[in-house]
Design a protein around this ligand. Sequence first.
Ligand code: ZN
Ligand code: ZN
Length: 431
Amino acid sequence: MIHAPRGIKDRVPPEEDQFLSLVSIAERYLQQAGFKKVGLPIFESSSLFTRSIGVETDIVEKEMYLFEDKGGEHFALRPEGTASLLRLAIQHHLIEPARITRLSYQGPMFRHERPQAGRLRQFHQVGAEILGSITPQDNIDLLVVIDSLARKLNLPGTTLFINNMGCAQCRPVFRKALVEYLSNNQSGLCTTCQKRTGTNPLRVLDCKVPDCQPIIEKAPSIIDFLCEISRSHYEEVCSGLRNLSIPFTVNHRLVRGLDYYTETTFEFVSNALGSQSTWAAGGQYDGLIGQLEGPDVSGAGFAIGVERLALLAEKAGTLPAPPTYSQDVSLLPLGENAIPLVQRLIRDSREAGISATGIFGATKIKQGFKQAERDGSRFLLIVGEDEIAKQELLLKDLLTSEQISLPLFPLTRLIEHIRTVRNQEKVSPVF
Ligand SMILES: [Zn+2]
Ligand SMILES: [Zn+2]
């Protein structure tokens, strides 16, 4: 038997409905915040990611799914959405330097990581980016959207960590001081950190190896190196969050795994899933759009990991519940004469917005009940010789066990009845 690849999570009914409902809830929050949806391709030229995310990052070094197509071109399954979205926005001239453009996306991302709890090789993200003349207010706005969603879903154990990564002026000064400090303390660092000291020293701050911690804790802090502009940006973000009563913790070690961040970076982390897990993250990027040959403006954005969001919502009991029934009616014809009638009823019901399937293989009522249950139907409609002779339909409500007779003609009587029951309950089936 062929199984799904490692690190892939299949979603079976009704899980997929719940998952998509959660995606729509997140999308609704983005829509309310003015983000317009774009459709991003699943794969892009691999150079897009090496140029934007950075060559010395985990994603580009180890995690990208790369392939060469029959024409010899090199592609990568997208490992994240920002680079793709910027490529699209630049290509279609959606960015206007003096204006703000707000775009959002959703879909699967791919990273060849070691599969472990809550970490998948294909995972789903909902993300948003604000492009143009970005102010600290735009960073606050992103945080407001995620915070509102977190409160709506009552997500347990969530902390917002924020940091400021500095800008093109002050970051190099900090970087130099950090490299100097790390170079003087090489013997206490793991081999990865030793290597990164020369290639991507900020990532050393991210290291989780216990032996590295004493040295990292005493490392210079970016906040002490911020220039006037970055410092006021940082303070404005903090005071905006206080004004909105959004709790946050400053974490000077929060550098994110990607090269392109400047000024604000942030992570929403929950401890409710066993270990600390980040379910939403993002920040500002000043040079990236120009680097991808777009206008010289900034951007800021975030991505939400939907699988982790689902686990947290499930824990909180706020994951959209599967409907009590997933289909309106199953129709059971008993005898040759009933088939043409049932065929018409199925088509007319569907066209009237009622979900319906026929049970054509069954010869006994008991089989019909079993199949209707399997269909997830609210009603079972039985049409046999008796019913045709009496010109009536026998409708069984599988939820209440009630049984009612409806006149056979007009056929719309059945549709009206099912609609009425559905509206009374205000539970609409997923289809
Ligand atoms: Zn600065
Ligand atoms: Zn280390």
